[in-house]
Design a binder for this molecule. Sequence first.
Ligand code: SAM
Length: 276
Amino acid sequence: MTGTLYVVATPIGNLADASPRSIEILRSADIVACEDTRTSRTLLAHYGISARTVALHAHNERESGEKLLRALREGSQVALVSDAGTPAISDPGALLVAAAHREGLRVIPLPGPNAAIAAYSASGFVAESFQFVGFLSTRKKHSFKELDVPWPVVLYEAPHRVLATVTALLEHCGPARELVIAREISKKFEEIARMTLAAAPAWLAAGPHRQDGEFVLIVGPRAEVPAELAEGERVLEILLQTLPASTAARLAAKITGVPRKELYASALARDRQGAK
Ligand code: SAM
């Protein structure tokens, strides 16, 4: 009989958020694979669990994964946890899970805490779908294209970068776009605040601890552009390739019926963006 790989979500702050089922699985597992064994021992000790722990983190996921697969093949029950929240969500674990599937091993998720879902549930955005992007700042190039969508976008951010990221979001998305800042979810200094991007830098600067802790940022949906305006912008873009802003705006206005003033302002804004 081969073993089962349990993917166990653990608390993102409040230890009482661990589900009874997750505790039961951690107690009965032969091995608990941890992102950081010291961090997970706090949780295990809190519930009086003295499991055998093995490290599985971003730097050893392949080698450690091999050993865990061997143990699974030999019949061990393995519980996979990350430092906080759900494994494989902006955390290690996906490679081991993929390998387990390749080998036909059983994988069972233990649903539970996740910062993105907790923040989204408290955001009040009314939308049929949303996009989870994770950490923007670890990506090589910030095009911020992920933000140009008519649905909410969920980001993770580190405290030392949160102000810079919010300032960049303001620049890219404009002052009117909405933002929810979810700080320290389920912890003592939890704050969930909804505001415009224009107000966000001041909110973060408002207290000595406002930029401390862990953050989820949710950028509200981009406003839908009316079809006529979209057509005006499309024509303007083509004309701007060969004409100066004022002529391009005048012609685009004539062709599409969009007010010239609006298109001229857009042409100047494109100019400024291009000059950056
Ligand atoms: N796997 C985790 C999950 O399921 O949410 C995410 C791990 S990721 C390495 C850590 C990031 O999640 C933090 O930098 C922060 O953006 C977010 N996060 C984790 N715990 C949080 C909390 N209590 N409050 C707000 N954000 C949190």
